[in-house]
Write a protein that binds this ligand. Structure first.
Ligand SMILES: [Zn+2]
Length: 107
């Protein structure tokens, strides 16, 4: 039984580790990049309407209507919120994301 003082296969594993980390990083990037499923085809939500209207008349209701196209309105007060709801409905009919115009027929 003669003890071997130095192991023969003591190759440094640094390059291997570096390659492995690089590979893992690339996979991480690939898995992080996903195609946007909300392409605005009319079925996915584009515009949102959020109303906060407590049942108590003593509390002032407020609301917000916003859209991916940049539409963003807020309303405070019962009458203003009702107007906001109407504006939101009208915007859904006129939103360029929900109704993409092909070409420039606007004129
Ligand atoms: Zn819009």
């Amino acid at each position: 039984m003669t003890p071997s003082p130095v192991p023969q296969d003591a190759t440094p594993a640094a390059p291997r580790t570096a390659v492995g980390a690089k590979d893992a990083a690339r996979q991480g990037v690939l898995s992080a990049v996903r195609p946007d499923p909300q392409a605005g085809d009319g079925r996915t939500p584009v515009a949102w309407l959020h109303i906060v209207a407590p049942p108590s008349w003593s509390v002032t209701p407020s609301g917000r209507s916003w859209c991916r196209c940049g539409w963003d309105r807020t309303a405070i007060g019962r009458a203003a919120v009702q107007q906001l709801i109407e504006q939101h409905k009208q915007h859904r009919d006129a939103c360029p994301l929900l109704h993409p115009q092909e070409g420039s027929k606007a004129a």
